[in-house]
Ligand binder design. Sequence first.
Ligand code: ADP
Ligand code: MG
Length: 579
Amino acid sequence: MAIRLLAPATINRIAAGEVIERPAAAVKELVENALDAGARRIAVGIERGGIARIEVKDDGCGIPEAELELAITRHATSKLTDEALVRIATLGFRGEALPSIGAAARLTLTSRPRGQDSAARIIVAGGAVGAVMPVAGPAGTSAIVEDLFYATPARRKFLRSVAAESSACADVVRHLALAAAEVAFRLDIDGTTSFDLPAQDRQARIAALYGRGDAQAMIALDAVREDVTLSGFISPASLTRASARHQHMMVNARPVRDPLLRMALRVAYREIIPAGRHPLAALWLEIPPESLDVNVHPAKSELRFAAPEAIRSLVIGAIQRHLATPAALGAAPSLRLEPARHRGGFFYPVAPSPQARGFAEAEATLGFALPPTLRRIEPEPAVAEFPLGSPIAQVFDTYVLAQAADGTLVLVDQHAAHERLTELRLRAEREAHGVVSQGLLSPIPVDLVADDVGRLLDAAGSLAQLGLVIEGFGPGAVLIRAIPAALGDADPVALVRDIADTLAEQGSAVGLTTRLDALLIRLACHRSIRAGRRLGLDEMAALLRAMETTPLAQTCPHGRPTVLKLTRSDLERMFGRAG
Ligand code: ADP
Ligand code: MG
């Protein structure tokens, strides 16, 4: 076969595979173009997951009629002024998005530059470019994408459910709306308005997108190191979600999903929030353009930092410092040990007072204060019928330390154990007679974005089977009427927000059984005892007794242990005493 140059339409189709991975990527490119055009107002409409139709309208600078055809030509851009790719001040610079979209779908681009009195339109469908036509239209640009991937059927096959694609589109718009709070943003999904926000400051935008209550609980953060600044808002350790979809990072105003920044966030919270939980964060990093390469990936959402270690430590350090402030302290669990007074004090308690906090930070990696004197513990008289023994102390506010009749040291992960017990109880209830639900004295409203409301109401039947009774409460809220009785004093609002996250991640393709299962596990993890809650000795003993009568409770649903045992010979081996 002879080597030949590919036709431009084929080249664009190949590029489309990288640039427009899924509908959300097309939404991102179009909104970025609107922002680059200096729009003050942007309206986005999504239909059927963005596969049927995406429309992005802006009141930006517009495209002159004579340039419309260039706009949809590959590698044609009005933005790149620094051809060395260092000083990139715009979100776009590759001149690839419009031609890629036009190669994979039917793109209708209509624009009227500021100060002109007529608009013009060009249509490109599956790479075939039509003629430029004069039309009537408002100042600014509208891009309509229809039937995405009809011209690239290979890609169309790999799309997820409409609900999952819709939710990905909404996440992208939310991220961009957060990055550009000074721009009015509206999002409609299948004819329902998700949000319609005026130009705002960052804090008001966060309140609009994360919910007022959560936004109020968040901690303002500011840090500078040399020529890099970090600012934004993070949640205290007491405010976490079931997924990381409420973490938004902006680097030089560009919304990114950079692995380094996500990892830094995870590390910063690792010791203070339970496994599987995620903090909320909206963080803006400003860094000199020469210390940054944004040309790593065609979708421009990953970056390369010239000094990744410095960025990582700035982010981790700043978050940890701000979590240790009095504002965060009220909520964040500090490092404490429950003194076992009946035994004469095995460990000294570290008081959770603000003064002690500084001390606790020093001790953070160790996890507990070393006692000035260690007393000897005499084993309790043997109580053979209690194989998990009697509780001695609580470590990290997370693990229950007990000693069994034969001297074996027992460690229980209180959160995992309690979650498993609750899950087994909910399951047994469901099989026997349906989950027992507990009506709330007064129904509680929860503010949510409209797409979350839609998903929750679609699942209301399944949720009712699990004891969680909700109903619609206007376009941006649901009302909680009852929660599963087994969840005791769980916070109903946090519970519903987590269920919304779980539904957003699942999409609608998931079968009913799998879905009920996932929701049940999610509910179970809301039982009152979380990692980080201080337990009394009686509560610890009750937990151990409940576990003994529920053999399945000794592993979590994923097969990880909830109990560890160290026998005398284990200890001797570890201390090198064993012969
Ligand atoms: P890039 O954004 O990388 O330049 P695109 O293919 O996304 O590449 O867009 C090509 C060009 O079309 C842009 O450089 C810009 O001049 C013009 N353009 C696209 N969308 C808009 C818009 N909404 N408003 C004004 N100009 C636009
Ligand atoms: Mg662009």
